[in-house]
Design a protein around this ligand. Sequence first.
Ligand code: GLN
Length: 295
Amino acid sequence: MTVRELYKSMCTAFEGVTDTPQIDARALICHTLGLDYGRFMLCMNDTIPSEKLDILQNHSDRRQSGEPVAYILGERGFYECTFKVSKSTLIPRADTEILVEHAISDITARMNDADEVSILDLCCGTGCIGISVAKVLARTFQKVNLTLSDLSCDALEICKENVRNLIVESNISVTVLQGNLLEPIGSARFDAILSNPPYIASAVVPTLEKQVLFEPMLALDGGEDGLDLVKAIAKQAPSHLKEGSLLMMEIGYDQGARTCEILRECGFENVGILKDYGDCDRVVKGHVFKDNREA
Ligand code: GLN
């Protein structure tokens, strides 16, 4: 079978399963055959070796059953890097890059005369937020201390692999902690706490697209109104932030007003919302000042 024949049959098979049949088919073929998109166009008439064809047939079956491409390939591109993913981690999403970009600008502008910066990625999953932010900050600051924390041991195994593969900078020091929200942190204080916590309301979870339901419930379900973890983090974060420091959390498109209120109730100032590429509320942010922190 040629690349063209397989590509066409996969595109047809993926109709109705995904909104992006061509992109998905091309991603699976390119990854398996080691082609970039340019080479892919030039290789259309090549015959696919039988061992690769078996792998691709299996990939195609999995995609037809609704499994996301990122889980089939075991990786997903996010910000500047490719992150390893597994069924124990959420798949990094483009919308989360908004949080990464704004966190980098906030920290860089606010701390421009500091040598060292400490950040915490809470509910880190693959570690895509913390690793992406730390790599950029390491170009500006002499030392970056990155703490990554999650409840899921399986997710942390993937996160550690991403740290090993992607953190090559000698001025980044990494700590990986397992536990519930800020409990494993001890008395440490950070210049920024960044998080993409589970924020989907429990009743909404079963109505999500089929392919989202391949992702871990622990990373999606935020309790009755979706805000259980957002509230807990907003409450716990001030005592783990240095004066003037930043809390930034990803939120659902309809949670902007309520999460701003939650942050204000917990003593945050400069509270605001950032929109995603689809112009929906996506990130809530606030700073905490000395007088507002718990002792
Ligand atoms: N921080 C990770 C991400 O944004 C995981 C988030 C989560 O598990 N809720 O992909």
